[in-house]
Design a protein around this ligand. Structure first.
Ligand code: SAH
Ligand code: SF4
Ligand code: F3S
Length: 432
């Protein structure tokens, strides 16, 4: 049996895609290895969302090639960077196989041909492929949490974003295959499912909406926690919020990327909502689910962003009081609308300084959010030993916050009830 090693970069969807690839390759007679030194096939499932993500992969390709000095190996690049750079990756002579996100069924054939010395590429994007019939081979170690992709691609074309170019048009997966996979996960002992899509609220399979899908999954697996990501402020519906509040196993956490607090910048980003609309959605979420955590993504220093625009972002953060945030500075992506239309004119020092200001503010807000939980009790799903070691366990609340507590009686997958006694900005310190 040939051994295959895959490193995964980028978003949760890429993690799930790697699981799909292991399933496809498993059926074709490949065995998974976690050791690069014993692999016959070495691949990276890549991300193009920011330039530094791509730079890392270029470094890894060099490392992979060192393996070729001692034995025969096939090096493959999968995912978003494969789709973006296409044949350029083969030109270097360091990569033998290039396969885009919709080409994974073809991987066994590509690897076979490449191992005979003919470099291979398939970057065809599909309007239908959802890998709906494939049971992913889970790569997470604890066996507690699983990802389920409910759709692929994206039709939004936000001006800064490369995803619509690397993942193609949006398509929704058959809801029956999603429910089947959810049940399979439940039977295998998984305790938490995360439904994944770039814009889950635009899920639509033959008339079944995201809210309906969410209810179907929650009902099919009443003992399993259900999460989802990512919600788009322009599309998140009250129906989804009511469904979340109706089912006790749907977690009260919404990841709602805002990107900027300035209307002028939001328009240039082609985000189809305003600051006011966003704040209104947040108010709606909190009126229906007062305990719901809200997290976000933000980009500092987008084209033409002024100090005024930046202050609008800071003030929006103050107003919303996010529980957590992923924060980035703008990285121009070739081929996107912004790269074609707007100069990347905020200098790197200003981008960095603005990003640092947002991070400092969010650190304060995260700490405040955690302090509000001190004294409260939560149901926590145990993920395993904490970083500190065996006598301390860790796990998350339904709102997605990391808890740690002393415990020698429970194990990964158990539900425990904890009381928060103290906190840091990143963690709730608890006791059973
Ligand atoms: N579909 C999700 C986001 C997917 S990309 C959504 O619409 O919210 C994840 C995050 O990366 C984005 O939310 C954005 O904050 C960030 N991002 C995307 N393109 C970027 C770029 N060119 N530069 C910096 N950050 C970017
Ligand atoms: Fe990118 Fe916008 Fe689609 Fe999210 S919604 S993946 S930011 S184009
Ligand atoms: Fe995900 Fe990165 Fe592609 S964020 S969709 S792997 S560009």
């Amino acid at each position: 049996m040939k051994k295959v090693y895959i490193e995964t970069y980028g978003c949760q969807m890429n993690v799930n895609d790697t699981e799909v690839v292991f399933s496809i390759l498993g059926k074709a007679g490949y065995e998974r290895t976690e050791s690069i030194d014993e692999a016959d096939v070495i691949m990276a499932n890549t991300c193009s969302v920011r330039d530094n993500a791509e730079q890392r992969i270029h470094g890894r390709i060099e490392q992979f090639n060192l393996q070729k000095r001692t034995r025969k190996v096939t090096v493959g690049i999968l995912g978003c960077m494969a789709e973006r750079l296409k044949g350029d990756l083969l030109d270097s002579g360091k990569v033998d196989v290039v396969a885009g996100p919709d080409a994974y069924r073809n991987l066994p054939a590509l690897l076979e041909a490449a191992s005979e010395g003919h470099p291979q590429m398939d970057v065809t994007l599909s309007k239908e492929e959802t890998y709906g019939d494939i049971s992913p081979v889970r790569i997470d170690k604890n066996g507690v949490s699983a990802f389920i992709s409910i759709m692929r691609g994206c039709n939004n074309v936000c001006s800064y974003c490369v995803v619509p170019y690397t993942r193609g048009a949006e398509r929704s997966r058959d809801c029956r295959s999603i429910v089947r996979e959810a049940c399979e996960c439940g039977t295998k002992g998984y305790k938490e499912l995360t439904l994944l899509g770039q814009n889950v609220d635009s899920y639509n399979f033959e008339g079944t909406t995201f809210a309906q899908l969410l209810a179907m999954v929650a009902e099919a697996c009443p003992d399993v926690r259900v999460r989802f990501s990512t919600s788009n402020p322009q599309d998140i519906s009250d129906e989804v919020l009511y469904t979340m509040s109706a089912y006790p196993n749907i977690c009260h956490h919404i990841h709602l990327p805002v990107q900027s607090g300035s209307n002028r910048i939001l328009e240039k980003m082609r985000r189809r909502y305003t600051r006011e609309w966003y704040l209104d959605r947040v108010a709606r979420i909190r009126s229906i689910m007062p305990d719901c955590a809200i997290t976000t993504d933000v980009i500092a220093g987008f084209c033409s962003e002024t100090e005024e625009d930046h202050k609008d972002t800071l003030s929006l953060f103050e107003k919303v009081r996010f529980d957590a945030a992923y924060m980035f500075y703008y990285s121009e992506r070739p081929g996107t609308l912004a790269a074609r239309k707007y100069p990347d004119d905020v200098d790197i020092d200003t981008k960095t300084r603005r990003l640092e200001e947002i991070i400092a503010l969010q650190n304060k807000l995260s700490l405040e959010s955690n302090r509000r939980d001190v004294g409260k009790c939560f149901d926590v799903l145990v993920e395993g030993p904490s970083k500190k070691g065996q006598s301390q366990l860790c796990g998350r609340t339904g709102t997605g916050k990391m808890c740690v507590w002393e415990d020698s009686a429970h194990k990964a997958g158990d539900h425990v009830r904890v009381k928060v006694t103290d906190c840091t900005q990143a963690t709730l310190l608890c006791k059973l």
